[in-house]
Design a protein around this ligand. Structure first.
Ligand code: FES
Length: 127
């Protein structure tokens, strides 16, 4: 069996929602100390809906694919749903990741969570 699913390869080669949102109102940056990979998420939230999301990831193929898939999963969704997104859901949506690459999907969950925390602290809204 191939190490990576077709979906992982697709999202790695053609990542969705790469870039920066200049007027983002929630920004989160996280890193993994062991591998040194870094992920930054930008959220544009209006009326509790994530109207836009972009990311910059300096990391491995799994981290890039996880970022890309995570943005697709939360775009257009209520902030409450984004808050509940788990790394397992991201990995499942990618048709799985090798066990030793699961930590890459954790970065996506953590980056979104950090961006939502930032939104909360800017607006005083609990998310
Ligand atoms: Fe660390 Fe993928 S190897 S995020």
């Amino acid at each position: 069996m191939a190490l990576y699913s077709d979906k992982v390869m697709d999202h790695f080669r053609n990542p969705r929602n790469v870039g920066v949102i200049e007027d983002a109102n929630g920004i989160g940056e996280v890193g993994n100390a062991k591998c040194g990979d870094i992920m930054k998420m930008y959220l544009k939230i209006e009326n509790d809906i994530i109207t836009d999301v972009k990311f910059e990831t300096f990391g491995c193929a799994s981290a890039i694919a996880s970022s890309s898939m995570a943005t697709e999963l939360i775009k257009g969704k209520p902030v409450s749903e984004a808050r509940e997104l788990t790394n397992k859901a991201v990995a499942e949506a990618l048709d799985g990741l090798p066990d030793y690459k699961m930590h890459c999907s954790v970065l996506a969950e953590e980056a979104i969570s950090a961006a939502l925390d930032d939104y909360s602290s800017r607006t005083g809204k609990t998310v």
